[in-house]
Design a protein around this ligand. Sequence first.
Ligand SMILES: *Cc1c(COP(=O)(O)O)cnc(C)c1O
Length: 422
Amino acid sequence: MSLFSDAQAVIPGGVNSPVRAFAGVGGEPVFFRRASGSRFTSEDGREFIDYVGSWGPMILGHAHPDVIEAVVSTARDGLSFGAPCVLETRIAAKIRAMLPSAEKVRMVGSGTEATMSAIRLARGHTGRDKIVKFEGCYHGHSDSLLIEAGSGALTLGVPSSPGVPASLAEHTITLPYNDIDGVENAFAELGEQIACVIVEPIAGNMNMVPPVPGFHETLRRECTQAGALLVFDEVMTGFRVARHGAQGLYGIGPDITTLGKVIGGGMPVAAYCGRADVMASVAPEGPVYQAGTLSGNPVAMAAGLRTLELIDSEDFWTELSAKTRKLVDGLAAAAGGAGIPLAVEAEGGMFGLVFTDDGPVRSYAQVAAADIERFKAFFHGMLDEGIYLAPSAFEAGFVSGAHSDDDLEETIAAAAKVFKTL
Ligand SMILES: *Cc1c(COP(=O)(O)O)cnc(C)c1O
């Protein structure tokens, strides 16, 4: 019997979120016992350098003392009120200061809730039903967003999970990421029916795929002309790739932004935010309904606020970006030395590694065509060396402020060893 089989007896698939089950790489998942800084210890007593960071939130490293202190001291005064508290105002003001397009902010509990609410808001505000999303982007698991492209670009979408009504799929148009012509055609044909375009400004759920020049500018222009809203899903990129989000990096102002992951510092926190006149449609100010019993609870707000305060400096981002750059450059050089084709990406504390000679990677098709078997062998080789990467070829990686030069050098040396075996 293993910890995983014990879990499988009482939890579907043994996990509370599918990718954790290691189906993408084979073998049994590692059970975490405790984590601190860049490292964690497994239940069987092994130590690993962590490049998943809870899928992005742990930008300061695990168990940062200031964040833990904020959580513990706030918890002593009560876990949840279900009534206004000052910490909610303070985190909203902090997000607005860091993200200029966020004039008003509504806190929710997960990224899924944030994107689901943003879609409802866009539909309610515009009075339209259709939404446009992109292949390879992930926006959580709400019905309208678990839909993939049908057989032709503008034909009806199809549910990507049983349980999603086909009648909802007809409202979701899925286009290839970075396909500027596809966006222009969709708007030429259906522009007046489109409530919003939702996009990961840097895609991080199909490994890491940055936008091509002109992609976001096209989205902004087409949405404005058609009276549709532009929704940047920055649940992953928000305060992970840059101090002012991906939107700060590219100089694009979306109408609505969804946030999650980093803004909770490891607690279940997410938000949707944006133009004051659009957010004015949200209840109780406006008619678009959305609510949450535990939303804005003081302990989660304290963790998020302290995290944002600690990362809101140029020095933090200069250092974090340099670390990530050092890691991917080292990995690329080691792969090159072993004759292994590897395309790398890095932005802020986020990175991508794709085993392909077809770089740079700018589409889902390129990620899907990469050497997934080689990734699996690399993943397990690194795991044996004490390096924990995301257990799927379709995920991005994350470096935190707690990763030291020694951590990075140890990782590159381990990779150099593993590449020779691939
Ligand atoms: C993680 C993620 C979500 C979903 O967030 P959850 O908190 O897992 O529900 C949505 N959008 C993007 C871009 C994400 O990376």
